[in-house]
Design a protein around this ligand. Structure first.
Ligand SMILES: Cc1cc2nc3c(=O)[nH]c(=O)nc-3n(C[C@H](O)[C@H](O)[C@H](O)COP(=O)(O)OP(=O)(O)OC[C@H]3O[C@@H](n4cnc5c(N)ncnc54)[C@H](O)[C@@H]3O)c2cc1C
Length: 454
């Protein structure tokens, strides 16, 4: 009998989210005997309380722009009326369909799915639903959980977990936070017709993004009616007799709203996991420490995704999973390449970005960079009459002409940046961009027609 056959499974995955499902499926395809435990919902945060329902809400909100723009193109529309329960329930049906697809995918791959909350008993043992299993390798892919600061009345606020299931649509809402989730939900609520406030303690949201994108987006959101309260914070929330929330800000201002949503970050979800029974170590932020092969400090125990808090994005968790499965069961010995990860913010307008921001490039290359930047009124607005602007920016190394960063604020920026990310990953230079023929008439063609650095 081989060593592997002494264990119930070759791999026991805790958490069937973006990372866990991919690791389980790939490992099973490589011939491993795999079980996956899930305590809440198949597909994890992204499918159930993240990327997918959020993007569906973004689509809903974007109709407001189309209705506004339609008259200039000859359309006469009646009064638009938004039906929140219809959107929420249609979204729920789609998510249920996706849950089913995840179940089928795991089933077809031969992965054993165990519903319940799993707890480590040691490096090779897991307890779940009163039973115990042994595994040669254990993968922790439990993701994160919203973090909300403790303030008086904080229990009256919601997080991104609850926002997808609200019984009633809030007519007035405060979003607290300065990350992409806060910005996206501000666009969603504003587009759907709520009076929308963003309260953020910093001077400007989206801290790690290029400054031009940040200021450009703030200006356009303000123009669309979002009320931005920067350098401010909520100190107290009280419930009025009529059920509305009376919110006091640090600046002394007070707002009356129907909902307060905190989007103030997420923390690795390690409590109750039984880590005390293992040698798994956490860093200062509570994330599981791993090496560049995703091995924790306990032999045989690995971790990927939001719980290691490197880059908390679904495609990153998925890529980490593929590297790990290849290393464990396909003879690989790779590490994940975290450079040039493209990303989008599904704000209105959208941000798409890959590579270095201007300030990061300056920090790394000193003054030895060139900036190409363009800002214009998109063609659609000529008839629509709106004041939307598109902004594009390339950061180029002066010595090598290599394009270090590529940034866009405007419709479809997320779609456009995915293609450009391939070029950036392949090491494209500004000469390659210049030699590429544009697609006309598009906004994206500006990326290959900018000639003068600023
Ligand atoms: C509102 C919001 C919007 C987002 N939008 C985007 C986006 O547009 N693009 C993008 O790339 N990313 C987005 N993200 C981030 C993305 O959802 C995460 O990066 C991704 O889901 C991380 O995958 P994961 O596998 O690490 O964890 P998760 O997907 O969170 O999965 C972890 C799973 O483990 C389960 N679990 C936890 N503990 C246990 C246990 N003890 N036993 C059994 N099961 C357990 C959980 O129930 C969960 O299903 C968004 C996140 C949020 C909150």
């Amino acid at each position: 009998m081989t060593d592997a056959e002494n264990y119930d499974y070759d791999l026991f995955v805790i958490g069937a989210g973006s990372g866990g499902v991919r690791a389980a499926r790939m490992s099973a395809q490589y011939g491993a005997r795999v079980a996956i435990a899930e305590e809440r919902y198949l597909g994890g945060t992204c499918v159930n309380a993240g990327c997918v329902p959020k993007k569906l809400f973004v689509y809903a909100a974007e109709f407001a722009h189309s209705f506004r723009d339609a008259a200039g193109f000859g359309w006469q529309l009646g009064a638009a009326k938004f039906d929140w329960p219809a959107l929420r329930d249609n979204k729920n049906r789609e998510i249920a369909r996706l849950n089913g697809i995840y179940s089928e995918l795991l089933d077809k791959a031969g992965v054993t799915v165990i519903e319940g909350s799993a707890r480590l008993l040691g490096s090779n043992r897991v307890a779940i639903n009163g039973g115990e299993y042994s595994a040669r390798h254990i993968l922790i892919a439990v993701g994160g959980w919203p973090w909300m600061p403790g303030i008086p009345g904080g229990e009256l606020a919601i997080s991104s977990n609850e926002v997808f299931h609200l019984k009633e649509f809030p007519r007035r809402v405060i979003i607290v936070g300065g990350g992409y989730i806060a910005v996206e939900f501000a666009g969603i609520f504003n587009g759907l017709g709520a009076e929308t406030h963003v309260v953020y303690r910093g001077e400007l949201f989206l801290k790690n993004f290029d400054q031009d994108l940040r200021t450009g987006l703030a200006a356009q959101m303000a123009n669309q009616g979002v009320k931005l309260h920067f350098d401010d914070d909520i100190v107290r929330i009280e419930k009025n007799a009529d059920g509305a929330l009376d919110v006091t800000l640090r600046s002394g201002a007070s707002l009356v709203v129907d909902a307060v949503m905190y989007a103030t970050g997420r923390k690795p979800k390690t409590s109750g996991l039984g880590l005390e029974n293992t040698a798994v170590a956490l860093d200062d932020q509570g994330a599981i420490k791993v090496d560049d092969r995703f091995a924790t400090t306990a032999p045989g125990v690995y971790a990927i995704g939001d719980v290691i808090d490197r880059v908390a994005l679904t495609p990153v968790a998925i890529n980490e999973a593929m590297v790990l499965a290849d290393n464990l069961f396909n003879g690989g010995n790779g590490a994940m390449d975290y450079s040039n990860i493209p990303t989008a913010v599904f704000s209105q307008p959208t941000i798409g970005t890959v590579g270095l921001s201007e300030s990061d490039a300056r920090a790394q290359f000193g003054g030895n960079i060139k900036i190409y930047r363009t800002e214009f009124r998109p063609m659609k607005q000529t008839l629509a009459g709106g004041s939307d602007r598109v902004m594009m920016k390339l950061i180029v190394a002066a010595d090598t002409a290599r394009v270090l960063g590529c940034h866009m604020l405007g419709d479809a920026a997320g779609e456009i940046i995915q293609g450009l990310a391939v070029a950036i990953k392949a090491g494209a230079t500004k000469r390659d961009f210049d030699a590429t023929v544009g697609v006309h008439p598009t906004a994206a063609e500006e990326f290959v027609t900018m000639r003068l650095s600023v």
